[in-house]
Structure formats: structure tokens, C-alpha cells
Design a protein around this ligand. Structure first.
Ligand code: CO8
Length: 258
């Protein structure tokens, strides 16, 4: 029986995607990235899902793009197939919150995949690096762009130019990850966080995600304008009125995700 490179599961309103090429430390090849993209889009379209978790194994979240697959590619191969753009960037189209639960190696494309998620929960064993320079390659799945935005130019240059590896505590100090938890608790704690998030009003979550992402991609004036309209739109949401009335009535809100 052929093992699928990605396993898909649900836990209540949380969709769980597990990268599953353990022998290759979850090296990210086209088959895996195609399935990951399809799973992300399916969960994004599913009304019963409010948040998505991507995880790997205890040893590796993902050790990067599959070097064996890439070794003989030419410029024309990657140009014509739209390498990275065609399937790696599917995650950018996902409007629901995506959490990465990272244990072990998150290297190269694995680190870049985690950076493309909205929240990174790191196990104490997590290790983050962009070691493409060792291959005379370049962190080309968003690494040279998202890492400096996440941790600043000084730390990002150090990681990209010297292949410096960060442990979980360093990654936490630099703002690369959202939380650090013991390895044994990684999945339960990430799922609990995802379940907590997924219980909130989905359109409010989507509006907040879009607004925070806008902060990365625009000037402050433009971002504030985007945020203001996102706020105004909240007043057309049944959930927002329910949330405020429930607070005033000292009761738990009943969200319809509308
Ligand atoms: N691709 C393919 N196979 C891999 C990869 C990978 N990225 N990483 C590990 N493997 C394989 C190994 O070849 C090995 O296979 P085998 O058992 O058949 O020999 C198996 O996984 C286990 O690996 P190791 O024996 O090396 O395990 P160690 O515990 O000794 O080391 C490391 C673990 C440190 C993670 C080590 O495997 C390593 O350095 N891996 C490569 C990390 C790396 O360079 N990642 C960046 C890849 S390039 C990239 O991600 C670019 C993305 C940007 C877009 C594309 C532009 C390049």
C-alpha cells in the first residue's frame, strides 16, 4: 500500500493536516505540496471548519524542499511548471486561521511553510533554519521576504547568509514563533488553541487575519484604512451583535458564523 504524503483528519471544527514522508524528514516534493494545497482549500471551503493545523512528525516538521527532486531541474523546468507559485503558494489563498505545530527540523522550505502559517506553536525540540546557502540556492518560498518581516533584517540576514539554526527558545525570543510548549504536549496544546480559535465567529476571524496580513503588505495609512472598513463591516454581522449582547447579558454568545 502506498502511503499518502499528507494525512487529513478533523477534530471538531479543526482540520488537521499531517505531513507524512517520515523517511525523508517530510521533504516537500510536488506530490506533497499538491495534496497539502488541496487539503487546505477543502478545509477552507468547509463550513464545519473554523481553523486548520499543519503538523509533521516528532523528528521533523519538514526538512525543506525535496533536494533529490530538484537536483537536475533546469531553469525552463521550474519556469514552465511555475515551481513554488503553482502549489506552495496555495496557502496564501486560505482565509481561515492556519496554525503550524512544529517539532524537530523546520528547515528551508519547511521553515518557509511554517512562516506562511498564521500562528506557529513550537515544541522545545523545534529547530528553524534557512540553510539554502549551503546548496548555493536561495530561500525562495518566501523566506527572504517573510523572515525579515517576522524577526527583522539583522537576524534574518544572519540566518539566510550563514545558515544559522535557531532553537525553539531563540525562535521565541526573536518573534519567529508564537508559543513554545513541551514536545509531549505539542499536538494537544495546538489543537486546544485551534479549537479555542475555531469557536469564535468565523467571519470575524477571517476579517482579523486579512487585516493583520494587510499590516505586512501595505503602508500604515493604507492598513489603517483597511482595518477601519473591516471594523465597519463587523456591524453587518449577526455574530458581532450577538457577541456584544451576550456580554451585556452576562451569558455565553451563540455564534452562527454569519
Ligand atoms: N530533501 C530530500 N531528502 C532529505 C531532505 C531534503 N530537504 N532532508 C533530509 N532528507 C533525507 C536524507 O537524504 C536522508 O535520506 P536517506 O535516509 O535516504 O539517506 C533522510 O532524509 C534523513 O536525513 P539525514 O540522514 O540527513 O538526517 P540527520 O538527522 O542526520 O540530519 C537534517 C537532519 C539536518 C535535517 C539534514 O537531513 C539536512 O540538512 N537536510 C537538508 C536540509 C536543507 O538543506 N533544507 C533546505 C532544502 S532547499 C529548500 O528548502 C528550498 C525551498 C525554497 C524553494 C526552493 C528553492 C531551493
Amino acid at each position: 500500500m502506498i502511503e499518502e504524503p499528507v494525512r487529513v483528519d478533523t477534530r471538531g471544527r479543526v482540520g488537521v493536516i499531517t505531513l507524512n514522508r517520515p523517511k525523508q524528514l517530510n521533504a516537500l516534493n510536488d506530490a506533497l505540496m499538491d495534496q497539502l494545497g488541496a487539503a487546505l482549500l477543502a478545509f477552507d471551503a468547509d463550513d464545519g471548519i473554523g481553523a486548520i493545523v499543519i503538523t509533521g512528525s516528532e523528528r521533523a516538521f519538514a526538512a525543506g524542499a525535496d533536494i533529490e527532486a530538484m537536483a537536475d531541474w533546469s531553469f525552463m523546468d521550474v519556469y514552465q511548471s511555475g515551481f513554488i507559485t503553482r502549489n506552495w503558494e496555495t496557502i496564501r489563498r486560505v482565509r481561515k486561521p492556519v496554525l503550524a505545530a512544529v517539532a524537530g527540523f523546520a528547515m528551508g522550505g519547511g521553515c518557509e511553510l511554517a512562516l506562511a502559517c498564521d500562528i506557529i506553536v513550537a515544541a522545545e525540540s523545534a529547530k528553524f533554519a534557512l540553510p539554502e546557502i549551503k546548496l548555493a540556492m536561495l530561500p525562495g518560498a518566501g523566506g527572504t521576504q517573510r523572515l525579515p518581516r517576522a524577526i527583522g533584517k539583522a537576524k534574518a540576514m544572519d540566518m539566510c547568509l550563514s545558515a544559522r539554526m535557531l532553537d525553539a527558545q531563540e525562535a521565541d525570543r526573536y518573534g519567529l514563533v508564537s508559543r513554545v510548549v513541551p514536545d509531549a504536549e505539542l499536538l494537544d496544546r495546538t489543537l486546544a488553541l485551534a479549537e479555542q480559535i475555531a469557536a469564535f465567529s468565523l467571519p470575524a476571524l477571517m476579517a482579523i487575519k486579512a487585516s493583520v496580513n494587510r499590516a505586512w503588505e501595505s503602508s500604515l495609512t493604507e492598513g489603517i484604512l483597511f482595518e477601519r472598513h473591516a471594523l465597519y463591516e463587523r456591524f453587518s454581522s449577526a455574530d458581532a451583535h450577538e457577541g456584544m449582547r451576550a456580554f451585556l447579558g452576562k451569558r455565553t454568545p451563540l455564534f452562527q458564523h454569519r
